[in-house]
Design a protein around this ligand. Structure first.
Ligand code: SAM
Length: 296
């Protein structure tokens, strides 16, 4: 392990991306403490926030601010110092830097400047929500925060719905407590009330909880609380309910599937599809023709 192989060897020059706890101070690692004690300075998303952590562990290393508003300019200054041989740690307010937090830009700049970059692993909300969610960990996609605006949020969810049947994976989002009920309502519309969802709330903290159920159940449960508080991760494996699937699948595809599976004539298959969709026969026929014309 380069950089800081043992406690006796001085820390090598370079950039250290140090994970800090997401609620439970016991989640700081021995290595993180040693690195934070040994570096020349610590670049913090919020110096006041990090100072509390440093005070708790008796660390007196100087701090400097490094946040989304000064990321570009500060990265330049820090990389300049790194090129001269400095040892600099980057921490965010909580968790792993660079994951929905500052850290990526300076890591890229340091790499481009030929400066060694060392990850110092630790707490992260996404990974810990995922491993205890019960959902598939084999393939997953992290999306950061969903858009705050309803229209954009729906579009983002619809894009995931379009992948159902193409890829099977868990999708994970960070979500704000004041938006979660609206987000669940959008999910109900896009995926149907039966969509299974997991919400991991207040991970590693006293009131940690995992809510598991259908999107309709969790929405009702959260909406009935006087206030929804705390930090949370939302996870689900998209599945499309039969009602929503009907809307998505073309009449032509359903007719063709029935003709093949049950050896029905096109006329009988269309009659069945129309009945299942609650449409009149002639309405279904017109829609089938429109679909066929679009394909020509
Ligand atoms: N860099 C952090 C990490 O490694 O997880 C994430 C920072 S991001 C600005 C903050 C979001 O992460 C919160 O809004 C929430 O969605 C999620 N989060 C952070 N701490 C959490 C916790 N203890 N429990 C659940 N979610 C958490």
């Amino acid at each position: 392990m380069p950089g800081d192989r043992s406690g006796d060897v001085p820390l090598a020059p370079g950039l250290y991306l140090v994970a800090t706890p997401i609620g439970n101070l016991e989640d700081i690692t021995l290595r993180a403490l040693r690195v934070l004690r040994s570096v020349d300075r610590i670049a913090c998303e919020d110096t006041r926030q990090t100072q509390k952590l440093l005070n708790h562990f008796g660390i007196t290393t100087p701090t400097v601010s490094y946040h989304m508003h000064n990321e570009g300019q500060r990265a330049e200054e820090l990389v300049h110092a790194l090129k001269q041989g400095a040892r600099i740690a980057v921490v965010s307010d909580a968790g792993t830097p660079g994951i929905a937090d500052p850290g990526h830009e300076i890591a890229t700049a340091a790499i481009a400047a030929g400066v060694p970059v060392f990850p110092v692993p630790g707490a992260n909300a996404l990974i810990n929500a995922l491993i205890a969610s019960g959902l598939s960990t084999e393939r997953f996609t992290f999306h950061g925060f969903l858009p705050a605006k309803e229209g954009q949020r729906r579009t983002a969810l619809e894009a995931l719905r379009a992948q159902v049947g193409v890829s099977v994976e868990t999708h994970a989002f960070y979500e704000a407590p004041h938006r979660i009920v609206d987000t669940l309502a959008d999910m109900e519309t896009v995926f149907g009330v039966e969509q299974a969802v997991v919400i991991a709330r207040e991970l590693t903290k006293l009131h940690e909880e995992f809510l598991r159920g259908t999107v309709a159940e969790l929405r009702a449960q959260l909406a009935s609380r006087p206030a929804v508080r705390g930090e949370m991760v939302l996870l689900f494996e998209p599945q499309v309910s039969s009602a929503v699937a009907h809307e998505q699948r073309s009449i032509a595809a359903e007719v063709a599937a029935l003709m093949q599976a049950e050896s029905l004539s096109e006329k009988d298959a269309l009659k069945r599809v129309a009945r299942e969709r609650g449409m009149g026969k002639s309405e279904a026929y017109r829609e089938l023709q429109r679909e066929q014309n679009r394909l020509r």
